[in-house]
Design a protein around this ligand. Structure first.
Ligand SMILES: [Zn+2]
Length: 375
C-alpha cells in the first residue's frame, strides 16, 4: 500500500504537470510491442531450417536498416536475394564458404550454419500498436469523461514510469527518446571491457555483457565492476558450444553452468542468454529456459578486426530499438566502442541494457523465445 500511495502522489504530480498537455511522455510506454515473432534457424545438420515469421509479422522498419556488416568492405561479396521481404544479413561460415560471402535473405530463409556470431538470423519483430488504447481514450473524451480519462491515463503513466524506474535501479529511461542496446560477447576480457566501461561511464551508458562461463572465474573483478556500474551480466553458455549440436541435457548444462559461474563471481544470476553463433533449433529453444537475445546490427567486428568498419556498421544503421552485436575479446572492438559511444550520445541515443530496453518498450521477455530488436 505504501508503494501505491507514493505512486498516487506521483500520479497527482503528473496530472498537475500535464494538465494542459494531453499528450504526455509516458504514453509511449503503453505501446504494445508484445508480439515478438521469432524466425527459426536451421541447425547445421543440413535439413532446411524451419522458420516461423508469424502471422502479420512486419519486417524491421526501414528496408535495409537491419542489414549490417562491413558495408563496402573491400573483398566482401555482398548480394541481395531478389524478393527478400525482410533483409537479413547472413554470413556463410568460413569453413564452408571460404569467400565469406554475404547475402541478404528473407526472414524465413534457411540460415547457414554458424561461424561465430557473424551468422545472423534475424528474427522478425512484430510491433504492436496502441490504437486500441488511443481509441478508448478518444471514446472516453467523446462521452464527456475527458478529464477522468486523462487523470486515469496519467496515473497509469506515472505508475508505469515508477515501476520501470524500480526495475532499472533508479535509472529513468525516457521511452520517447531513442535507445540502443550495445552488447559485447565472449568476455570477460578486462583489457577491453574496462575501457568500454570507462567510456560508458562518461556518457551514462549501460551495456550488456554476454559472458562465457569458463572465463568468468579468472576475471571476477571485471564482472563485479559490471554489476557495480549497472551493466547487465548475461550468459553466453559455459563453454561457448554450439548448442544446436547438443542434446537436451547438454544444452541445459551449458546454460545452467554459465549462470552458476556468473552468479558465483558477482552475485547476480543472469536473466538473459545469447546463443553461441546465434544458432538454435527446436531442442535449443525448448531447453535453455531463458529468453534468448539475438541482434539486428552485426558489426562483424570479430571478422574484420577493423575499428573503422565496426564504427560504420553501427553508426550507418543505428536506430531506436536496435541490438548491436560486438565482441569483448578484441582490442579493435574496444577502439570502435570508444568512438561509437560518444557519437550515439551526441545523436541523443540512450545506451541501455537489453533488459532496460525491453522494459522501456513494454516487452516482457519470455523463456524459450528469441528477440533480435525492440522496434
Ligand atoms: Zn560468442
Amino acid at each position: 500500500m505504501r508503494r501505491r500511495s507514493i505512486l498516487g502522489m506521483m500520479a497527482a504530480a503528473a496530472v498537475t504537470l500535464f494538465a494542459v498537455q494531453p499528450v504526455f511522455a509516458a504514453e509511449a510506454v503503453f505501446s504494445a510491442y508484445s508480439n515478438v515473432i521469432v524466425a527459426g534457424q536451421s541447425d547445421s545438420g543440413g535439413a532446411p531450417g524451419t522458420s516461423a515469421p508469424g502471422a502479420g509479422s512486419l519486417g524491421p522498419a526501414g528496408p535495409g536498416t537491419s542489414v549490417s556488416g562491413p558495408a563496402g568492405a573491400p573483398g566482401s561479396n555482398n548480394q541481395i536475394v531478389p524478393g527478400a521481404d525482410v533483409p537479413v544479413f547472413v554470413q556463410s561460415p568460413g569453413n564452408e564458404s571460404p569467400s565469406g560471402s554475404f547475402a541478404a535473405v528473407s526472414g524465413n530463409a534457411e540460415m547457414a550454419p554458424a561461424g561465430d556470431e557473424g551468422t545472423v538470423l534475424s528474427p522478425v519483430i512484430t510491433a504492436g500498436s496502441n490504437d486500441a488504447e488511443e481509441g478508448a481514450r478518444q471514446q472516453a473524451e467523446a462521452q464527456g469523461a475527458e478529464e477522468a480519462a486523462m487523470q486515469q491515463a496519467e496515473a497509469q503513466g506515472a505508475e508505469e514510469a515508477a515501476m520501470q524506474q524500480a526495475q532499472t535501479g533508479g535509472r529513468y529511461i525516457d521511452p520517447n527518446k531513442p535507445m540502443v542496446a550495445l552488447t559485447f560477447d565472449d568476455g570477460p576480457q578486462p583489457s577491453v571491457g574496462n575501457r568500454i566501461m570507462d567510456c560508458l561511464a562518461q556518457y551514462g551508458g549501460k551495456a550488456t555483457f554476454f559472458m562465457v562461463g569458463d572465463r568468468v572465474a579468472s576475471h571476477q573483478a571485471e564482472v563485479q565492476r559490471m554489476v557495480a556500474e549497472g551493466h547487465e551480466v548475461a550468459n553466453h553458455t559455459m563453454n561457448h558450444k554450439y548448442l544446436q549440436k547438443l542434446g537436451a541435457a547438454e544444452i541445459q548444462a551449458q546454460v545452467v553452468k554459465g549462470n552458476d559461474a556468473i552468479e558465483a563471481a558477482c552475485g547476480v544470476r543472469p536473466k538473459l542468454l545469447r546463443l553461441p553463433g546465434g544458432n538454435h533449433n527446436a531442442a535449443v529453444r525448448a531447453n535453455t529456459h531463458m529468453p534468448m537475445i539475438q541482434w539486428n546490427i552485426d558489426t562483424l567486428d570479430w571478422k574484420t578486426k577493423n575499428a573503422d568498419k565496426t564504427v560504420a556498421a553501427v553508426l550507418d544503421h543505428v536506430k531506436d530499438g536496435d541490438i548491436v552485436l560486438m565482441h569483448e575479446l578484441y582490442k579493435q572492438s574496444g577502439d570502435a566502442a570508444l568512438r561509437i559511444i560518444p557519437e550515439l550520445h551526441n545523436r541523443g541515443f540512450q545506451m541501455v541494457t537489453v533488459s532496460e530496453m525491453a522494459a522501456a518498450k513494454g516487452v516482457t521477455l519470455e523463456a524459450g523465445k528469441l528477440y533480435s530488436s525492440f522496434h
